[in-house]
Design a protein around this ligand. Sequence first.
Ligand code: AMP
Length: 555
Amino acid sequence: MLEGCTPWPAERARHYRTAGHWRGESLGDLLAAAAAAHAGRTALVLGRRRLTYAELDRRVSRTAAGFVEQGIRAGDRVVVQLPNVPEFVIVCFALFRMGAKPVFSLVSHRANEIRHLVALSGAVAYVVPGTYQGFDHTRLALDLVAEHDALRTVFVLDPAAKAAADAPAGVLVALDEADAEPRPMPAPDPSDVAFFLLSGGTTALPKLIPRTHDDYAYQTRAAAELLGLGSDDVYLAVLPAEFNFTWGCPGVVGTLRSGGTVVLMDAPIADECFETIERERVTFTSLVPTVAQLWLEAAEWNEADLSSLKLVQIGGARLHRAIAERITPVLGCRLQQVFGMAEGLLTLTRATDSEETVLSTQGRPLSPDDEVRIAGPDGDDLPPGGTGELLARGPYTLQGYYRAPEHNARAFTDDGFYRTGDLARLTEDGALVIEGRIKDVIIRGGDKVSASEVEEHLLAHPAVAEVAVVPVPDPFLGERVGAYVVPAGPPPSLRELKEALHAAGLADYKLPDWLEIVVKLPLTGLGKVDKKVLAADAAARIEAADAPSEAAAAR
Ligand code: AMP
């Protein structure tokens, strides 16, 4: 395995092989097998562009050969930063096939994050779109080449960006030019790293999560089987494709291995998505709750035919019950709650689950060999039903972040369980309920307030459309409960909200102390509410006020 990665202990690895989870498949092989079985069927769609499996497979083989000609070798790391376009899929599978390792970066990443990813991964190449959404990625890439010895080549999707840039000879290559007659290549070792996902970096610079061919082939196969995917399925990829949820739960990879069609879209704008669902007869998609909420609002007046849609997966952040309840009546399809993380563990509700389980839990683990524990503050397992930190290990959950020995010593138990940092409990029938993040707790003068609990209550108020609860600094209590609210009509006052929550029986110490009305909530590159931005904003506002506590209390 690549130096800097932590392999599974031999005994568990043996068990995962004997159990048939790890089958020695490489991700490149999966696509080749699907192309052999479904050559003429449509694999990828972007607007009017359509690629059959045969075309996709050929482009992948030619691009892999082109990368070799450009000096990329098996084992090399390559930062890939592309929007939802077919080239994202082509580049990744080309790198899989030749044994080089894509490092998935979000399109929203800028110098700070990319510099960190390049340095940490020791990347030799960086794939960029050109200028995208007003940002000149080519310029950034060339600056980074000048700073990092290992980084030699920039591949740019937009050929015009190559012509326009002033780059040293040989450094900037149009992606189209990475194209050569396919050639035999040594097969990558399936137990080795296939690519790197990023840890949810809303609180710190992202860490690199090594995913092996074996573990990801298993995750996508098991998730595709759970959904019963077949070649008639059409997946709408609207969240960023480099998000684990979109890429492989079962997502893009799971659909492609099943011979289905992946329809790529660049933004989850409801009207455009609905039009695409109608045109392409989309059968399933995956959304974060904030996007699901926008879709529900748009569906009230949009008349597109969504009847092909069988399933909407919602995950990535807590799905409030009030929204969960509206999915089937409004979108006319089944809801599946998904709890997952780029680090591995996935839990999902099943078609056979009761309505109550689907609405109120995040389902059961994907694999019979996923091991989950709920631990108290001392690290011991809690009695059944207790809420504590979720710990996980299993056949597709990482054993360590890449090149992060100190962090790994804290993030894993001695026997290899990953400390997720999520607060959870298990129901009697083994479904997981995520109660919040350990660090999503506001500590108000010693009382612990779960942000998501207060959010759930605020969302039940008719004047509240969206909400995020964050800590606001307070000289007396340490932290107080701050609420950012997007109103559903005339903005509510703090007093009104407090009275409603009080009447609903919420303990007084959990009532919001501070309210800010906003038109929208800031989102991370993955579409989750960016609480880091809100907490910083709240702290700045408090600091700017003359007498913080009184000013806040007077609102
Ligand atoms: P990421 O690795 O970026 O996908 O983020 C993983 C984290 O997102 C998890 O550790 C949880 O904190 C959160 N998360 C993912 N799915 C859910 C869910 N269904 N409900 C609540 N939180 C979730």
